[in-house]
Write a protein that binds this ligand. Structure first.
Ligand code: SF4
Length: 476
């Protein structure tokens, strides 16, 4: 018999003599939402589902093994890889760059307003203070008088939702709802940002690899074909900016802002000698130093390149910089590697998510690690199958990784996590280059799995700082 969640909830509720209204009140949601679940129009999120099981005493023993997968976005194409690499201010693409872009558009469209009220919901409300979301909003809208409200209680469909209301002489002119969907991209009143025009008519790695095989081209050539040769100028700027953040980061010292008293450590890592300074430990030390450098610049609100997000911006450049220094690799090869990594990030963004608030840290650091593994595979001229496998391994072993930043700052665990993921990406490339013909899991399949896993994570572990380390942190 086909299991139907709506029927299960409805039958269990009726058998307990609980009305839809009472159930809705217990969950803190509207009666219409319960009605929609029961009629199969929508599904409760993982958190509400757990509460429903509890309230209605539903036996879950064989539910989890048999339930169908939640459906994800339906996509017909992908945007430019430019949207994966955005140059902007840290510390968070969804909490700083996204709101910053929303404010810029709001300003342009509301000539004559004299004050603005911005209400932040979900993860934006819960970690917006630590991420400096209010400061970015006020700075971007200045000199217009702006009030920012952190509404942690109102339930919203997307965890990164904000409402912007414009006033003139106290009278309301307009309200716009903005959703920060990750990597600095926004949905502005339901419309995607301009970079989201379809550039690629493929949405899976298997389609892309078949296409490349049929034309005898590499992934970076595929990018050039779809994006035009102008992409190289853009990636040149991206690479320059990545290098600057590493070079600044390894010279920088002091304490990161935010009150956690976290020391900047990139310089120390860069200059220190390991007790057993072999070529392997040196490699590890330098790659980690570069990853710390970018992540610390990000935590300071410095200029960084999302790859694919601010919080995970250190993984990819640390490896590329290390390899370029070590092997004297020309910039053009680095740009090709960035192009290939961009495709990986784009596929994850299109078919799952690159947002910690949507799918946990696996969507940010896991994606960055997959991008870095693919980039190094490209740098070493590996075949497309090996590049795919490297990216797949990198993402697979981040499945379930939670996002629980302490005090809502992009510092603990984020900075170290960039360094660890960079080393893991190297490991993934090494395994893939040797074992590629034994693999059983495709990149497309692991992306789908990551998306589903992320949607099933309780909200505590999706950039709300309500659970995990953020909850247990006691300063020691
Ligand atoms: S834990 Fe991961 S996803 Fe969350 S803010 Fe830090 S880097 Fe981003």
């Amino acid at each position: 018999m086909k299991r139907n969640l709506g029927n299960i909830i409805s039958n269990a509720r009726k058998s307990k003599n609980i009305s839809q209204k009472t159930l809705a009140e217990k969950l803190g949601i509207s009666t219409q939402a319960v009605s929609k679940w029961e009629s199969g129009i929508s599904r409760p999120n993982a958190e509400n589902l757990m509460k429903i099981f509890d309230i209605l005493d539903i036996d879950t023993s064989n539910w989890f093994s048999k339930r169908s997968s939640p459906s994800f976005h339906k996509n017909t194409g992908m945007g430019s890889i430019r949207s994966i690499y955005k140059i902007g201010s840290g510390p968070s693409s969804s909490h700083a760059i996204g709101p910053e872009r929303a404010c810029m558009r709001f300003l342009k469209e509301h000539n004559g307003m004299d004050s603005v009220k911005v209400v932040l919901y979900g993860s934006l409300a819960k970690t917006g203070l630590g991420h400096g979301t209010d400061k970015v909003i006020k700075k971007t809208l200045a000199p217009i008088k702006t009030a920012v409200v952190f509404d942690k209680n109102t339930k919203v469909e997307h965890p990164n939702t904000m409402d912007m209301t414009a006033y003139r002489n106290g009278a309301l002119i307009d309200t716009v709802r903005v959703i920060s969907i990750g990597g600095g991209d926004i949905l502005y009143n339901g419309e995607p940002s301009s970079t989201e025009k379809t550039v690629y008519d493929f949405t899976s790695f298997s389609q892309i690899s078949d296409y490349c095989a049929s034309k005898g081209i590499e992934l970076w050539q595929f990018v050039e074909e779809k994006e035009g040769t102008e992409i190289w100028e853009y990636l040149k700027t991206v690479w320059k900016s990545m290098k600057i953040s590493i070079q600044n980061g390894i010279k920088d010292e002091g304490i990161l802002p935010g009150g956690l008293d976290v020391q900047k450590k990139a310089k120390q890592l860069f200059l220190a000698q390991h007790i057993d300074e072999t070529s392997e430990t040196k490699e590890n030390r330098l790659i980690c130093a570069y990853a710390f450098a970018v992540s610390e610049q990000n935590a300071c609100g410095g200029t960084i390149v999302t790859a694919p997000t601010c919080g995970s911006a250190g993984v990819l450049p640390s490896l590329l910089y290390y390899e370029q220094q070590k092997r004297d690799i020309p910039d053009i090869k680095i740009l090709h590697a960035l192009a290939t990594a961009g495709i990986i990030g784009n596929l994850i963004k299109t078919n799952a998510s690159i947002s910690g608030a949507e799918c946990g840290c696996q969507a940010e650091i896991g994606s960055a690690c997959a991008m870095a593994a693919a980039a190094i595979g490209q740098l070493f001229d590996l075949a497309i199958e090996k590049i795919e496998y490297a990216a797949e391994i990198a993402l697979e072993h981040h499945l379930g990784l939670t996002c629980d930043p302490v005090c809502g700052l992009v510092q603990i665990p984020c900075i170290e996590r960039n360094a660890v993921a960079a080393m893991r990406a190297l490991n993934a490339v090494n395994l893939a280059s040797l074992l590629w013909n034994t693999r059983k899991i495709s990149f497309d399949s692991i992306v789908k799995t990551m998306g589903e896993t992320g949607r099933d994570l309780l909200s505590y572990y999706r950039e709300t700082s309500d659970g995990g380390m953020a909850k247990n942190y006691n300063g020691k």
